[in-house]
Write a protein that binds this ligand. Structure first.
Ligand code: TUI
Length: 314
């Protein structure tokens, strides 16, 4: 059974309702353009980067694709205001927000005709976000996801958010193939966001050792650090994650934890130091076994989605 007349595709002008997760330090112009060219929604992650970096990546993406793409604003960034200025100046039409409440930026984004898609980890946040002008859809992200997460898992979160709002819901957290995509649609989602599987894409510029960690992961390879600090983050278990957790258990101060973890994502993604860096990835990493192009990933998602749906509904 093929996907047809999909709300998310119609809303954003894309071929397939598949978003590539906006992953800090990872989701650059090469990855976003490859996903958009393959029919999904490529997303550049501003992360903690300064405005100049984002402007350059937006311009590169426009040279690499004529398809729709988005920018993800990480709301813990010290540069959020500058990032929003860059988004407006560079005429970006779709914005995804994550890791906080984007409330105070809605007016400016909406005035500039930007479609806003907040990531939400709970029903309360979903309801709060939907009330705002310019919010056209929501990404409901379950705690299977990599990186900064909420507490509720995808299987429970999606149907509860779908029932609580009227706008389309995109499911995220634990989805890496067409079965996960079909399951998300069964729960009422109109699209999916995939992060972990794109970490090993040929067009993804993360270090080779990071990719190997994802490819070698199994179902139990991730853990959550930062629960004590109020910023839970799912990562692949390694020396860094175990030490961080130990420091939390020993009641290290927030300052000590911040000093220990500062720059840790960059260390793993850019420098390839997968012992002392933070290897953010979702619980579905155990399913990701192959390096391939973004086009091949998206085609596989669609093919296995159609096969799964046909096997359920005939
Ligand atoms: O944002 C993400 N995942 C991320 S961001 C990131 S960069 C980072 N690095 C180190 C420490 C922390 C972050 C790595 N992974 N996912 C989207 C997401 N948003 N998950 C959960 C939320 C969220 C949380 C709270 C959304 C809204 C929210 O509201 C809280 C409030 O203050 O209202």
């Amino acid at each position: 059974m093929k996907i047809s007349n999909n709300q998310v595709c119609n809303l954003l002008g894309i071929k397939y309702p598949i978003f590539q997760g906006g992953m800090a330090w990872v989701s650059d112009s090469d990855l976003a353009a490859a996903v958009s060219n393959a029919g999904g929604l490529g997303i550049i992650a501003a992360g903690n980067a300064p405005k100049e970096w984002l402007v350059e990546e937006i311009r590169k993406t426009k040279m690499l694709t004529d398809k729709a793409f988005a920018v993800n604003i990480m709301l813990l960034s010290p540069y959020v205001e500058d990032i929003i200025d860059a988004i407006i100046e560079e005429n970006i039409k779709i914005v995804v927000t994550g890791a906080g409440n984007p409330g105070k930026y809605f007016k400016k984004l909406n005035e500039n005709g930007i479609k806003i898609i907040p990531v939400v980890p709970s029903v309360a946040q979903a309801i709060r976000m939907e009330r705002n002008e310019g919010v056209v859809a929501l990404i409901a992200e379950g705690a299977e996801a990599g990186g900064h997460i909420g507490v509720t898992n995808t299987m429970s979160l999606i149907p509860q958010i779908v029932d609580a709002v009227k706008i389309p819901v995109i499911a995220a957290g634990g989805i890496a193939d067409g079965r996960g995509m079909a399951a998300s649609f069964c729960l009422g989602a109109s699209g999916v966001q995939v992060g972990t599987r794109f970490l090993v894409a040929e067009e993804c510029n993360v270090s080779d050792s990071y990719k190997e960690k994802v490819l070698n992961a199994k179902d139990t390879s991730t853990m959550v650090t930062g629960i004590s600090t109020g910023h839970p983050v799912r990562v692949i278990k390694n020396k860094f994650a175990k030490k961080f957790k130990k420091m939390e258990d020993m009641k290290s101060s927030l300052e000590e934890l911040e000093n220990f973890s500062r720059g840790s994502l960059r260390k793993a993604v850019v420098d390839g130091d997968v012992d002392n860096g933070s290897i953010m990835a979702g619980q579905i990493a155990g399913l990701v076994k192959k390096r391939e192009s973004c086009k091949s990933i998206i085609e596989d998602l669609i093919r296995t989605y159609e096969r799964t749906v046909t096997s359920i509904y005939g």
